[in-house]
Structures are given as structure tokens and as C-alpha cells.
Design a protein around this ligand. Structure first.
Ligand code: ADP
Ligand code: MG
Length: 322
């Protein structure tokens, strides 16, 4: 099977579940979707994953299902950070050749993630070229309740969900297996969990939020610059993933966790007097929520480790940094 239409039919149109509010999905020139009723706003976001840049080169179909899962999960993470509920997505898939085993697995992984988030595939594009996958997600949030990067206030506490560093450690371990205990890390890289329930629960609680994709410090910096604030960070507070805990040098490990990307946790700010509510929420959702610092005047991020100032250098990922 080589035809584009057959690929779309077999791996995408026939096997994905129908979605809420989808009048016309895959198969026409565009999808026709029911607009929200005026009490909701629409949130749209788009992310591309390119082989060799965002994920390691694929040998055979080993990680095809994981890739399908991950492509959607990283997009859902943006909806989580906006406190939006996922509804529809489109998929632009570019691949060098038609490999049915690969497509089967990719479609399966994508479906798994879509089912978990109750989001429907409504269109896309399929073409030949170097392996890359672009997904656009569309979600809803009650009017005025989207969490923005610009909402942080002076003195707000800075929190991060879950734990950090697993994906960064996995990537590091690919290059030098001796430094990292890789057990359990692989799925943390390939199958990140978008914090959708948390994002939703933070709607009337957090002042600002971002998802941690390029590295905690780099992503927090976006919140701070949008909110015209600085911050103090206590690095020893960072919640580390299990396998990083086993590393001997704690300071080095928290630096990896602070700089490394691909965590897809939420970093958010909360007014001081709402921290008890937040504690209850973490308990209810069974999600670890850790206070790692607070916002300050100015535009610096002062980072300390057990009270001693430290520098992270150029932490985080930037595609076009020299
Ligand atoms: P057009 O030539 O109008 O762009 P295509 O042949 O590219 O149409 O696509 C036909 C239909 O299949 C459209 O509804 C499009 O949105 C959908 N589609 C194409 N590729 C994909 C894909 N990878 N996943 C889901 N839907 C797709
Ligand atoms: Mg097209």
C-alpha cells in the first residue's frame, strides 16, 4: 500500500473514534466543527517533532508507537498549561517511505494517547520527506479562565508538579550509559503525561502557568518576563525523579533537573494565601506539588543551592542558540 488516501483511510480515518462536536471530520477539504456556545473560549496550539532533533533516529519500528503517543502528549501539555480541556486535533505526518508496520504502531500509540485525553482526530496532511510530525490541538476553557504566562504577581510562590529530570537523564544516558541508571527512564521520555487534570484544577487558583518543555529555568523565565518579575529559586527543593535520586552528587543532579527539558510538568505561580488550597488539591489529585521559590522585583532569577548562590549557565534548550 502506497497511496496517500489509503494511508489516511487505514491508519487514521477508520481507526480513530468519532469526536464530540465533529460534523465533518477526516475526508473532506476541511473539518466542520461545532463552535462553543459563548461561555467557552477556544485554545489552539501546535508543536512539531522532528527526527534527530526532538527524538532519536528511528531504527525500524521500535519506537513508532511511543512516537505516536509522544507527539500528541507534548501538544496536550500546552493545553494543560492553558487550563484547557482537549477536544480536537489535526496531524501533519511527513515520512521518508511507507512502512506499514511502522504506521500501524504509530497510529496505535497515537490512539492510546487520544483515548486517554478524550480528543478526536479531525484532519491532517500526509506527505513524503524526512520524518517529522506536526500536531495541532484545539481545546476549550471557560471564558476568562485560561492560565496565562503573564499573570504572576510579586511575592507569588512558584510551584512545579511531579518530578523533574527523568527525560533529560534518559537522553544523557543514551550518550553515556555509565552515568545514569536507565531503568524506568525510557517511558518517561517517550510517554510523558500531560497534566490536564491539574491544569483544569488550577483555573481559579494559579496566577500564571507554563509547561516545562525546554527546561524548568528557561520556561520559568518566560513566565517571569511576561509578568515583568524576577525570582528566587531554591534549587535544593527541586523534586527529582527516582532514578536521579540514586545519583551520588545531589548538586549536579538538581542542575540536570533544572536545566534539562522534556519533563512536561507544570510550573505555576500561586498567591501566598492560597497555598493551603493548593496543598489540598495536590492531595486530592495525588500529584506532588513542590514549592521551589518565589517571585521578586526586577528581572533576575537568583538561584541558590542550600543558601549558596550558583549559576546554571545556559540552561535549557533553544533551537537557534549559537
Ligand atoms: P487535500 O488535498 O484537500 O489537502 P488530503 O488528501 O491531504 O486533502 O487529505 C484528505 C483528508 O484526509 C482531509 O480531510 C485531511 O484533513 C485528512 N488527512 C490527511 N492526512 C491526515 C493524517 N495524517 N491524519 C488525519 N487526517 C489526515
Ligand atoms: Mg492536504
Amino acid at each position: 500500500m502506497t497511496g496517500e488516501s489509503e494511508i489516511i483511510e487505514r491508519y487514521f480515518r477508520q481507526v480513530f473514534a468519532d469526536g464530540r462536536g465533529v460534523r465533518i471530520g477526516i475526508g473532506d477539504d476541511g473539518a466542520v466543527l461545532s463552535a462553543p456556545d459563548g461561555t467557552d473560549e477556544i485554545v489552539v496550539s501546535c508543536d512539531t517533532l522532528v527526527e534527530g532533533v526532538h527524538f532519536p533516529k528511528q531504527d525500524g519500528s521500535g519506537h513508532a508507537a511511543d512516537l505516536g503517543y509522544r507527539c500528541l502528549a507534548v501538544n496536550l501539555s500546552d493545553l494543560a498549561a492553558m487550563a484547557a480541556e482537549p477536544r480536537w486535533f489535526t496531524l501533519a505526518l511527513t515520512m521518508p517511505r511507507v512502512d506499514n508496520d511502522w504506521l500501524q504502531a504509530f497510529s496505535g500509540g497515537l490512539r492510546e494517547c487520544a483515548a486517554e485525553a478524550n480528543i478526536a482526530l479531525v484532519g491532517g496532511d500526509t506527505c513524503r520527506g524526512p520524518l517529522a510530525c506536526t500536531i495541532q490541538v484545539i481545546g476549550f476553557v471557560p471564558k476568562g479562565q485560561a492560565l496565562l504566562r503573564s499573570g504572576a504577581a510579586l511575592g507569588d510562590a512558584i510551584f512545579v508538579s511531579g518530578d523533574l529530570g527523568a527525560a533529560a537523564a534518559w537522553i544523557k544516558g543514551q550518550k553515556d550509559a555509565a552515568v545514569v541508571d536507565l531503568a524506568g527512564l525510557e517511558s518517561r521520555f517517550w510517554r510523558p503525561t500531560a497534566q490536564l487534570a491539574l491544569g483544569k484544577a488550577l483555573r481559579n487558583l494559579a496566577s500564571a502557568a507554563i509547561d516545562v518543555s525546554d527546561g524548568l529555568v528557561r520556561d520559568l523565565a518566560h513566565v517571569l518576563s511576561a509578568s515583568h518579575l524576577g525570582a528566587r529559586l531554591q534549587l535544593e527543593q527541586l523534586p527529582l525523579c527516582e532514578s536521579l535520586h540514586k545519583c551520588a552528587d545531589h548538586e549536579k543532579t538538581v542542575k540536570i533537573a533544572a536545566g534539562g527539558g522534556d519533563d512536561y510538568q507544570l510550573c505555576f505561580t500561586v498567591a501566598g494565601d492560597r497555598q493551603e488550597e493548593l496543598e489540598r488539591l495536590g492531595y486530592e489529585l495525588d500529584i506532588r506539588l513542590t514549592r521551589i521559590g518565589e517571585t521578586t522585583e526586577g528581572d533576575n532569577i537568583d538561584i541558590s543551592y542550600h543558601g549558596r548562590p550558583i549559576s546554571l549557565g545556559r540552561a535549557g534548550y533553544s533551537h537557534f542558540a549559537e
